[in-house]
Design a protein around this ligand. Structure first.
Ligand SMILES: NC(=O)c1ccc[n+]([C@@H]2O[C@H](COP(=O)([O-])OP(=O)(O)OC[C@H]3O[C@@H](n4cnc5c(N)ncnc54)[C@H](O)[C@@H]3O)[C@@H](O)[C@H]2O)c1
Length: 304
């Protein structure tokens, strides 16, 4: 049993990590911003229903003394999203870089920090991306995560997890599968940015939670960055075809301008995660999508 603080615990990934850590017998304190205005509505409901004790702290400005007594801080709070980061001004720096700097200074034990596959820019076609590949961030969000990683490297007992396109129940409303599923269930065309040929190492949130819990106690040199991503990239069009099959519909697509800074392809090499965390992603996209669609149907019934 370790005493663990989970930041961003009203969010998509943080809420599931907080619940899973508590279920695994750890002593969990959940932290999120006071108004949780950045959290999707569904996650706001999750926050109110969260099992572990919760406190509200703006990590970019509050006194972070509550973090000092934890054996581990899992720092998942932040302002995600490539598209929104172009218009978010200083908020991306504040909630990602300033908040992380303060969390790293306040924590006394291990800190697990959320980074992103977007630090790599686009993967090549011949092989997956490894952690020692050069970084090529192409959006304010990706640049902020490179800065977060730079700060994390300067602190001894810190592990950086580079998450790849996380999906599953509770996914943020701005993310592709959430938008696609809601549109398909409402009989609307699916809104796709670009031509749908972009490929992603889509990774189910339960796999991401397993890697994150393993990182709390794994032996790893300070500041190590680890890919947490499925090794088989799938194009957006192929994912939509799968989604249609699960829903039993033939989805129509409505294309919009591609998003600036959105990589053509992400492709994770998870070998280091296997070595250091004993982690391999287990959930295939077809099963994971069925899981996410079931969640959308549940929340649709809950608001009736
Ligand atoms: N979802 C993905 O596919 C993905 C991929 C790569 C990296 N990440 C990273 O993983 C982490 C979690 O992502 P998510 O999808 O769960 O996002 P999310 O938006 O659902 O959750 C983030 C949470 O952080 C909180 N927060 C933001 N600023 C805060 C502050 N100053 N003080 C306290 N709380 C604050 C928000 O209120 C929100 O509840 C983020 O760091 C994100 O950049 C996510």
């Amino acid at each position: 049993m370790v005493r663990v603080v989970v930041t961003g615990a009203a969010g998509f990934i943080g809420s599931r990590v907080a619940e899973a850590a508590a279920e695994a017998g750890h002593d969990v304190l959940a932290v999120d911003a006071p108004d949780r205005s950045l959290a999707p509505a569904t996650a706001r409901r999750t926050w109110d229903a969260l099992g572990p004790p919760r406190i509200e702290l703006d990590l970019a400005s509050a006194d972070l003394a509550p973090l000092a007594s934890a054996d581990v801080v899992v720092h998942l709070a932040g302002r995600p999203g490539i598209r929104s980061s172009w218009d978010a001004g200083d908020a991306v720096h504040r909630d990602n870089v300033v908040a992380t700097r303060r969390v790293l200074a306040a924590a006394r034990g291990r800190v697990v920090v959320a980074s992103s596959s977007s630090v790599y820019g686009s993967a090549g076609r011949d092989r997956p991306t490894r952690e020692d590949d050069p970084l090529a961030p192409a959006s304010p969000y990706a640049v902020s995560k490179v800065a977060v990683e730079g700060l994390a490297r300067r602190r001894p007992d810190t592990v950086v997890l580079r998450y790849f396109s996380v999906y599953g129940p509770g996914q943020r409303p701005d993310m592709a599968f959430h938008r696609f599923t809601e549109a398909a269930l409402a009989g609307r065309p699916l809104p796709v940015f670009g031509d749908g040929r972009k490929a992603r190492s889509f990774t189910h949130v339960d796999d991401v939670v397993a890697a994150t819990l393993a990182a709390m106690t794994a032996e790893a040199p300070g500041g190590t960055a680890i890919n947490v991503g499925h090794p088989e990239p799938v194009t957006v069009r192929a994912a939509i075809a799968l989604l249609g099959r699960v829903l039993g519909v033939r989805p129509e697509i409505e294309t919009a301008e591609p998003v600036a800074g959105d990589a053509d392809r992400t492709w994770a090499d998870p070998s280091l995660a296997r070595e250091l965390l004993g982690w391999t992603p287990r959930i295939a996209l077809a099963d994971g999508l069925a899981d996410q669609i079931a969640w959308h149907r549940e929340i649709a019934l809950a608001v009736l």
